[in-house]
Design a protein around this ligand. Sequence first.
Ligand SMILES: [Zn+2]
Length: 215
Amino acid sequence: MENKDLKIGFDNIIKGNKEWMEFVKNDATGRFQQLAKGQNPEILWIGCADSRVPANELTGTKPGEVFVHRNIANMVIHSDMSMLSVLDYAVNVLKVKHVIIAGHYGCGGVAASLSRKQYGIIDNWLGHIKDVYRLHSAEIDAIQEHDKKVNRLIELNVQEQVFNLCATSIIQNAWKERNDLAVHGMIINIGTGELIDQHCTFTNNDELGEVFAYK
Ligand SMILES: [Zn+2]
């Protein structure tokens, strides 16, 4: 690598991995040998791709305990094969018990969706957040301060993504087979580390309404 900064950055990755390998080697519990054979996580985390919101650290969990999917602004888009594949595998093969949609205050994706600026190809993704705004525009427009507008849309977006998740045949078919699957919405406060329950948990399709609840 000719660029010095690039080389230093990459070397740091390798150095960090050496430290991790040392930690794994010195672990006396046998945990990593067990993990090498397979995984049995109870949680599926669908979070924002933002570098400040790592699933394990925020939930006090270890490798092997959380199955993770992350994208810009923790969206559940019904035509997103990547998300659907993760969801199907997590729910039907790993049999996770908790699915968490995790948004975070100060989300750049949500903030961008409230602006009129063009950002490029990402605008097609942000359009799904603009759809959430349209559902709640009266409430958002009534808020004066811009940061508060963004943070309220972040909360509403989490609730809508929880609903989108529950509207999938994957979640609803799993509910027909078992009663130990809950879908939650949470918001991360990056400054305090708090994971705030949005109290929009679903454990069956009773409250989804006739159009959304499959028979
Ligand atoms: Zn974000």
